[in-house]
Write a protein that binds this ligand. Structure first.
Ligand code: ADP
Ligand code: MG
Length: 430
């Protein structure tokens, strides 16, 4: 349809990058929990091989095998997961001007939040950790820093890179925003007055209309109108905001019945800097984003369980599934689009949910993408695990074309400069 393709335009400045795969899929299996053991849950027959990145699983007696960029076994610590995931390199790309997105997908209870957030370090230390503390040199499993998830580690890494850059380039600015999508409504987890308003509406949360999505035609992306963005001088500052947002998420869950298993959260770090270029050329603005997403539970059984059709729970389930259903449809459409016979004929329904509108550039666009597919270890989860693995392998077929994000105005100036240079050369020769 009229949908603009988010693919990188092939213009003067598009630098393709082949060093890191544009789309990477990591599978993480969590260990059996204590209560599951005491309830007599039995292990799935699923086989993981970290060395060759494969998982095999029985489906109706048939053996199914999947292969991914990384397969991470249940004994792995948060630090090992971080090291194995390769996200550090991806964050390095953000510092260079590329977009990147990391999202966690899987059934409720598979460890998405554990993987993204990890333990709440404030709970342990009373404040955000220092950058040094985040890089434990293989310590006891119980140190708070070792329990940090992908988000705090990514924040610390990005600021490390930015601080190195600031020695020569003082223009670099980092902003943070943090939102929650629930019932197709966008809540600002960092808006202090809004969180009060949300608290005050109590159970009548449905009266809150949510923030609006707008399309920025020049930059070719959706943005959330009136979303708070805080400029952060340091990783500590950004992590404080992250903590505040997590606390607000908890408030929403108790006062508004916002079930975190049915909501999506999106933390975005935006890096803007002016890039100086060769003498004559004008500096250009480069803006890149790191998006870190903790998705709602992917289980399909959410609307069942004896809930009446008229209940709000039922509607919630349908609505939340709308974002997730559309995400799955987007993934499926993009994976089909890569088949030669289907090229460009497949409509990708980005605009049909808030989540996929916001992930427009992350899926089939100019962003690096890392998908964490989280699995649970018990055999009773085989069906949901299989479904997760199927989406993960479709997602592996998505083609992204990472490119440095130059401000459209600057891009135009650059093109004019290039034309001017050609004209100049022509005149000299004439
Ligand atoms: P989700 O966000 O996918 O619903 P959670 O992250 O809340 O799942 O995890 C569910 C439970 O499993 C939590 O109690 C969490 O602490 C535990 N858990 C998840 N992953 C691990 C892990 N790798 N090691 C130990 N406990 C884990
Ligand atoms: Mg969760």
């Amino acid at each position: 349809g009229a949908e603009a393709s988010p693919r990188a335009e092939s213009e003067v400045d598009v630098k393709l990058d082949k060093a890191i795969p544009a789309v990477q899929i990591c599978i993480r299996l969590r260990p059996m929990l204590q209560w599951e053991k005491s309830d007599g849950y039995t292990h799935s027959a699923m086989q993981l091989k970290e060395d060759d990145g494969t998982i095999s699983l029985k489906e109706e007696g048939r053996n199914r095998q999947f292969r991914f960029n990384r397969v991470i076994g249940e004994e792995r610590t948060q630090q090992e997961v971080w090291d194995m995931s390769g996200i550090e390199d991806v964050v390095g790309k953000v510092a260079l001007g590329f977009h990147a997105t990391v999202f966690a997908y899987g059934q409720t209870g598979t460890g998405k939040t554990h993987t993204m957030e990890g333990f709440n370090y404030e709970h342990f230390c009373g404040s955000a950790p220092s950058a040094a503390a985040s890089r434990p040199r293989v310590k006891a499993k119980t140190t708070p820093a070792d329990q940090l998830g992908i988000v705090p580690r990514a924040v610390l890494t990005l600021f490390d890179r930015v601080e190195a850059m600031r020695r020569t380039d003082t223009s670099a600015v980092v902003r943070v925003s943090f939102l929650q999508i629930y019932n197709e409504k966008i809540f600002d987890l960092l808006n202090p007055s809004l969180s009060v308003a949300q608290r005050e509406t109590g159970g009548r949360g449905e009266e809150f209309a949510g923030l609006r999505l707008r399309w920025d035609a020049a930059k070719r992306h959706f943005f959330v109108e009136n979303l708070f963005q805080y400029e952060c001088a340091s990783a500590e500052e950004a992590l404080q905001h992250y903590q505040t947002g997590i606390a607000n998420k908890q408030v929403a869950s108790t006062t508004m019945n916002v079930a975190s298993s049915r909501s999506h959260t999106l933390l975005t770090l935006t890096l803007a800097r002016r890039e100086e270029r060769e003498e004559a050329a004008a500096p250009r603005e480069v803006v890149s984003q790191l998006s870190l997403v903790d998705l709602a539970g992917s289980e399909r059984s959410v609307a069942s369980g004896g809930m009446g059709r008229s209940s709000t729970r039922f509607h919630e389930a349908i609505n939340v599934n709308q974002s997730l259903f559309v995400l799955r449809r987007v993934i499926t459409a993009l994976s089909k689009r890569e088949k030669p016979e289907a090229k460009n004929e497949i409509h990708v329904p980005y605009r049909e949910s808030k989540l996929t509108s916001l992930l427009h550039n992350s899926l089939g666009g100019n962003s690096y993408l890392v998908m964490f597919a989280c699995l649970a270890p018990a055999d009773r989860h085989d069906d949901e695990n299989l479904s997760t693995l199927q989406y993960a392998s479709q997602a592996a077929c998505i083609r992204n074309l990472p490119a440095v994000n130059v401000d459209p105005k600057d891009r135009m100036i650059q093109q004019l400069e290039a034309r001017l240079a050609t004209a100049h050369e022509y005149l000299l020769r004439a």
